[in-house]
Ligand binder design. Structure first.
Ligand code: FO1
Length: 318
């Protein structure tokens, strides 16, 4: 059994590659829920849905989120009623949020609802939210002055994840990131078992602070990972000082003043025994090994399904 901690598009593609290398039923995907937010009374779980849609072949590979061949009739109606509608929810995607919200209101935990959804799509990978408790990634910072519609560019404030990411296009100079609820969050027994019983724990090439960070902020998960450091392998989400996708480069600059892969290695140092870096970053191997981490160099860019499978093959072979 392999346990993989993941979030977002990078995480989803990596799990898809992994499912081509090992039996999908041997993979437990522990997925970020720090991005979850309520829109129009519906519980939206972007990372759980991205992993599910990608594995089910339903993903929208243009946007990186939502469902392919989507329509937006419901959102158009909402906008016509005067709502700003800054968070784009497609009609098919809304079906997932309607179902999830109904089941949560009936008292089902998020992990159970997630299994119901992935079973309905015929998936064999076990997709689990890292907790059934509420953990929310909050961003403290100031809207960058070059963004036009910012009402109060000078004020530092607290943003929910989706306000930061979507409403302000992640154009926020970050002072700190806070994972609300993480200190009191409990782990599902399935997550604990998967992390103890698996041969290897993998950290997908997801954003360390936005996708993996919410999990590391849960004391029990942090302890488990620290205990299994020797068996934990992380894949770098940075190539040649730049993020493959999303705002990671800006975040590393704002928080650590260094956007190199070493910055990510330092963040993962307490939890990760082996770090996989891109061939373009081979000059950083010595600096990473000095952190008491094994370092493996290979091509990490998941440009197509073949590249995803090849990268997963390197990881599985370690
Ligand atoms: N990302 C955007 O940049 N703009 C959107 O309007 C948007 C809508 C959306 C709807 C459902 C969903 O599951 C994801 C959505 N995302 C959108 C992505 C979301 O912000 C994710 O949390 C990030 O991609 C980080 O993984």
């Amino acid at each position: 059994m392999i346990t993989v901690l993941a979030g977002g598009v990078g995480g989803s593609k990596f799990i898809r590659g992994l499912a081509n290398q090992v039996p999908p039923s041997s993979i437990v995907a522990v997925v970020n829920i720090g991005d979850d937010e309520e829109f129009y009374g519906l519980h939206v779980s972007p990372d759980l849905d991205t992993v599910t849609y990608v594995l089910a072949g339903l993903d929208n590979d243009v946007t990186g989120w939502g469902v392919k061949d989507e329509t937006y009739n419901a959102l158009s109606m909402v906008k016509s009623l005067g709502d700003n509608g800054w968070f784009t929810l497609g009609d098919k995607d809304l079906g997932t949020h309607l179902y999830r919200t109904k089941r949560l209101k009936e008292g089902a935990p998020l992990s159970k609802v997630t299994r119901e959804i992935s079973n309905a799509h015929g998936l064999e990978v076990d997709i689990l939210p890292f907790t059934d408790s509420t953990v929310r990634t909050m961003i403290f910072g100031k809207v960058r002055s070059d963004i036009k519609h910012a009402p109060d560019v000078d004020a530092k404030k607290l943003f929910s994840f989706q306000e930061y990411f979507v409403k302000y296009h992640h154009q926020v100079e970050i002072s700190s990131i806070y994972y609300e609820g993480a200190d009191l969050a409990t782990l599902n027994p399935e997550v604990t078992n998967a992390m103890l019983a698996c041969k290897k724990i993998l950290l997908a090439p997801s954003n360390p602070l936005l996708s993996i960070g919410p999990m590391l902020a849960v004391p029990k998960l942090k302890d488990l990972l620290t205990r299994r450091r020797r068996d934990t392998i992380a894949v770098s989400p940075i190539v040649d000082g730049a993020a493959v996708k999303g705002p990671l480069q800006d975040i590393l600059r704002d928080l650590y003043g260094d956007t190199s892969v070493v910055s990510v290695a330092k963040f993962y140092q307490p939890y990760v025994g082996t770090f996989i870096v891109d061939s373009k970053d081979s000059s950083f191997v010595k600096a990473i090994e000095a952190l008491d981490m094994n370092c493996v160099v290979c091509d990490t860019l998941m440009t197509d399904k073949e590249a995803e499978t090849k990268l997963a093959g390197v990881v599985v072979g370690l």
